[in-house]
Design a protein around this ligand. Structure first.
Ligand SMILES: *Cc1c(COP(=O)(O)O)cnc(C)c1O
Length: 360
């Protein structure tokens, strides 16, 4: 499919952009352009791809997404390397997962080539927006939603795929600071048979109240337990978890449909195994977590995802009070694996897996 390039009447002046890039924050600054691709089941599916100015979109008030939340998204980063080239990290995995989410939400799949081409085109166009700062990157947000105007409950026949980009600094300011986690007892994130494995907005909407509860209790993030027994540790609102023990084993909760299959998670499983650790995907209970941390058997807990990469969990606040992981700081393995992953992404560590895709 050819992308029609629409001229931008007034891109942000270079000096203003440079100024903004000095302190981009996370998710508040946007580049000049966006990609839009339309889908209509009655017009042969995907048609009309444009790369044009980033601007407000007009939507019929009856658009299905506004009523029944038929929506999915992805998150990935473009990195600037020391030699000035740009690279993506395992973008084909995002393309694949986007379609897995689409299937769960009864939405049309977007050909993976088209997904990847949209990324290439936008990053090439807005190349000057990629922060040069070693902690910075260009966060890419592809998403798709039901745009058909109707109030009946059925899968829509019209959709929009849009790709926007946001220059970002580190997700947590000050680097890999240990986070304090709130164990949500009143709320769950995903039930068996639900949408927990799909990257869909509704999962996030449901996490906002427990997240606010966590913040009221002095925590940074929420950890969700399974919806059936309220016993098994699943994941944070947007990050997967790894538990590192003193006998060289590591546990991460298994992908049973209620956990988002993180690409960082998958990468860490491989990297940890290469460090000689025995990684097991198996259920881990909140009571065991507390007991293992208290007895010193558990050395580290790390949270991982594209946005924050690898972040140590320092303290956990549950219904039975607080417990600390290790010394409460960043653990050795967390630090090592974080450096290794960031190094691969930035091109300073050998990419023996072929995970990075150079863009230029
Ligand atoms: C996106 C996401 C993650 C992390 O996935 P990555 O591919 O590693 O960025 C973890 N949990 C949830 C709920 C997510 O939405």
């Amino acid at each position: 499919m050819d992308f029609a390039h629409l001229p931008h009447p007034a891109p942000v002046p270079g000096e203003t952009r440079q100024q903004a890039l000095l302190n981009p924050g996370f998710g508040t600054l946007f580049t000049d352009h966006m990609v839009v691709i339309d889908y209509d089941a009655d017009k042969g599916g995907w048609h009309q791809a444009t790369l044009g100015p980033r601007e407000a979109i007009s939507l019929d008030p009856a658009a299905a997404v506004l009523h029944y939340a038929q929506e999915i998204f992805e998150g990935m980063k473009a990195y600037k390397r020391e030699d000035g080239s740009l690279a993506l990290f395992r973008p084909e995995q995002n393309a694949r997962r986007f379609n897995e989410s689409a299937r769960r939400m009864a939405m049309p799949e977007l050909p993976e080539d088209l997904f990847l081409e949209s990324i290439r085109q936008l990053v090439a166009k807005d190349r000057d927006w990629v922060p040069g700062d070693p902690d910075g990157s260009l966060y890419l947000r592809p998403f798709m939603f039901a745009s058909e105007a109707f109030l009946g409950v059925r899968p829509a026949r019209q959709y929009k795929y849009i790709l926007i980009a946001s220059p970002v600094g580190p997700y947590f300011k000050g680097g890999a600071k240990p986070v304090k986690i709130w164990v949500s007892r009143n709320y769950t994130r995903a039930a068996p048979g639900g949408t927990g494995a799909a990257k869909t907005g509704g999962n996030y909407a449901a996490s906002l109240v427990p997240q606010a509860e966590g913040i009221e209790n002095g925590c940074d993030q929420v950890v969700f337990l399974d919806a059936v027994e309220k016993k098994w540790v699943e994941e944070l609102g947007g990050m997967n978890l790894f538990f590192v023990f003193d006998d060289g084993t590591v546990i991460t909760p298994p992908l049973t449909g209620t956990i988002l299959p993180g690409i960082t998670r998958d990468s860490l499983i491989q990297l940890l195994r290469e460090e000689g650790l025995q990684v097991r995907e198996e259920p881990y209970s909140i009571d065991q977590w507390r007991a293992d941390a208290t007895q010193g058997r558990l050395l580290e807990t790390m949270a991982c995802g594209t946005a924050a990469v690898v972040t140590p969990v320092g303290t956990v606040l549950g219904p039975d009070g607080e417990f600390t992981i290790g010394s409460g700081g960043i653990g050795q393995m967390t630090n090592k694996i974080r450096e290794r992953l960031v190094g691969i992404q930035k091109g300073t560590v050998d990419d023996s897996h072929g995970w990075t895709l150079r863009l230029d």
